[in-house]
Design a protein around this ligand. Structure first.
Ligand code: AQP
Length: 332
């Protein structure tokens, strides 16, 4: 049995190292394995849960596709499409919002973080975001969903919705997906605050390494990255009390395929400035080829649009059959 892989990325600009290490790097490995059928979705319906400038959104949709391809996803071996073009996503989201319970959504920590103190002013879409995410996944009978650690709770909600739908309607139609989350280092934190995740919407560009950054920007951001006044940690236990050091060590180890333990051993007791030079080098080696390729692909808009067009046709074919079955089960 082939694994069915589904995952999405919001086209909200500034795709960063967290998106790469938490999700896209994993997409590439899964896509390279012939035992997997992969679908990668640019989730533009999710993007408008917060304000988006329409012309920027259009560019960001293309830039997200360019990032997938520049990172190594093969469009011939996967379906790449944008969510808004397959109407079954919105339809299924409505049906599943009648299955999901308020109590379940009230527990979602991402809504609390993103809505901040003024919940009353957040969009209803931001609140029901995980229901749309469940629709995305369940329409394709995904068996595995590669995501960053921040999406773990949403995946659990997706499984709850699938289970309740099957129980309520006494069917076995919806498959319960498994999350695929990196074991060692699944959440990349802001370069300015080790307790906050690296995010596209952080107002400070110095908080993240963008996948379109130039060499000098990467070096400068690492130079300015927050650390503590001590020398480099000498044990794993120490990392728990030193979030900024933990984050930088985690980034280094993910990019250089070294374990955290070996990274700690290698730099134990050294100056942060020495370590930062090494970290900048591995980042430049990894990010600059991707950054160059993204810029090249963005000059080939018709190629990107063709990928989306072909991907939408394939996705539409799968999702329209599934929503038809769901309609029948519900009694429409
Ligand atoms: N900091 C992170 N560490 C690890 N993984 C991360 N992901 C995002 N940030 C990190 C993973 O990237 C995939 C795509 O994320 P998304 O764009 O759909 O939404 P997000 O999680 O809301 O990302 P951002 O950067 O925080 O975007 P904004 O600021 O627009 O809300 C997901 O698999 C996510 O887990």
């Amino acid at each position: 049995m082939k694994k069915k892989i589904f995952s999405g990325v919001q086209p909200t600009g500034n795709l960063h190292l967290g998106n790469y290490l938490g999700a896209i790097k994993n997409f590439v490995e899964l896509n390279n394995d012939d035992n997997n059928d992969c679908i990668f979705c640019v989730v533009d319906l999710h993007a408008i849960t917060v304000n988006q400038e329409p012309s920027e959104l259009k560019n960001n949709i293309r830039e997200t596709v360019a990032t997938f391809i520049a990172s190594g996803i093969n469009p011939k071996k996967s379906i790449i499409f944008n969510q808004s073009q397959v109407s079954a996503h919105s339809e299924a989201a409505w049906i599943f919002s009648c299955v999901a319970r308020m109590g379940w959504l009230n527990r979602m920590t991402q809504f609390k973080e993103k809505a901040g103190k003024d919940k009353e002013k957040a969009s209803i879409g931001l609140y029901s975001y995980p229901v749309l995410m469940a629709a995305d996944i369940l329409l394709y009978d995904a068996t595995h969903v590669p995501v960053g650690d921040d999406q773990r709770q949403h995946l659990e909600l997706c499984r709850d919705i699938a289970q309740k739908f099957n129980n309520d309607y006494k069917v076995d139609e919806l498959k319960l997906p498994e999350p695929l989350i990196q074991k060692e280092f699944s959440r990349i934190m802001s370069l300015k605050d080790g307790s906050k995740k690296m995010s596209k919407s952080d107002s400070s560009d110095l908080s993240r390494i963008n996948l379109t950054d130039e060499k000098d920007q990467i070096i400068n951001k690492i130079k300015k990255a927050k650390t503590d006044p001590l020398q480099m940690p000498s044990s794993i236990e120490e990392l728990e009390k030193r979030p900024e050091a933990k984050n930088l060590i985690g980034i280094f180890s993910s990019l250089s395929d070294l374990t955290i333990e070996n990274t700690v051993k290698e730099f134990s007791g050294k100056d942060f400035s020495k370590f930062k030079d090494h970290l900048s080098q591995v980042l430049v080696d990894k990010i600059i080829p991707i950054s160059k390729e993204i810029k090249k692909l963005l000059n080939e808009i018709s190629y990107i649009d063709e990928i989306l067009f072909e991907g939408c046709k394939k996705a539409e074919d799968i999702a329209s059959k599934k929503i038809k079955k769901i309609h029948e089960i519900v009694g429409f």
